[in-house]
Design a protein around this ligand. Sequence first.
Ligand code: ACO
Length: 331
Amino acid sequence: MSETGATPRVYARIAGTGSYLPANVVTNEDLSKVVDTSDEWIASRTGIRQRHVAADGETTGDLAYHASVRALEAAGVEASELDLIVLGTTTPDLVFPSTACLLQHRLGANGCGAFDVNAACSGFVYALSVADKFIRAGAARTVLVVGAETLTRMVDWSDRATCVLFGDGAGAVVLKADAETGILSTHLHADGGKKELLWNPVGVSVGFKEHEKNAGVRIHMTGNEVFKYAVKALDSVVEETLAENGLDRHDIDWLIPHQANLRIIEATARRLDMPMERVVVTVDKHGNTSSGSVPLALDEAVRSGRVERGQLLLLEAFGGGFTWGSALLRY
Ligand code: ACO
């Protein structure tokens, strides 16, 4: 309680960012030797030029660990100071324990709460929203939020419609309770009725055998339907975010979007009347790294000096579920 008796407002502020990409780079040219595609088709339809692919034995947890170490260093926070770890992923190392628990042990953050959030490509924005609520509620003061994926592990490398799209990578942020400013609002949505437009129908409880027979362990996507839905959903969540904060679209300094397709990113930028110079684009170098994409883009923009303290950032993502969401924050 404050001196006046009112509960002081607490924000979750980003204290540090980090990211990690596997060393192995696969170019469009490389893929054109495996499936019937071309650099021209992939680049003109998606903006992707290359993606990073995890080495054999390199897991989501490995990528998450390296990204987290960098975020902790940038924040000047020891792992032992963490109150909570929330990790967005749809490609966990194991069914259980969660990748967040594996990460917690490896970082030496023993004892703090740790759990995964599965919201496909929106995983990081969902995880960030959960962490923000813990800090606002006073239940945690220092939280590690991670988005990490090895999506290439469930790509069908003979399906040109999907294998050209995805890459592996991880990003992380350390959030600290702050009296001044930080995350202003987050907005989460889902539409489970569209699951068959973008899914991997293999699972534990539905039984592996049936699905291996029918479909195989791989991503299925009706790309053009996903594209149309994603553009509308992102338009709507951007409007919702601006309205809730009483902001004009010109108030945003940086758009840090999910990196699935450059054409989707450009559509959202047009909606915000934002020149592409103020949109962080990494899809050309990373492909779609699912939960990894937004924190990877954020870290790249922070470390290159483009994003500066005090600026207003709009993060957004869309993915399988469908799920989508946004976070508005003052960096
Ligand atoms: N190389 C060459 N041709 C190709 C390739 C390829 N890699 N892939 C598909 N084609 C062909 C198709 O076979 C089709 O040929 P046809 O006309 O002879 O039938 C033609 O190209 C057009 O295919 P479309 O699917 O209609 O192409 P579109 O312009 O829609 O682009 C794409 C496809 C890039 C997948 C786009 O729809 C897209 O980006 N969708 C959204 C993806 C997304 O945002 N996913 C959300 C996150 S992912 C997650 O949550 C895991």
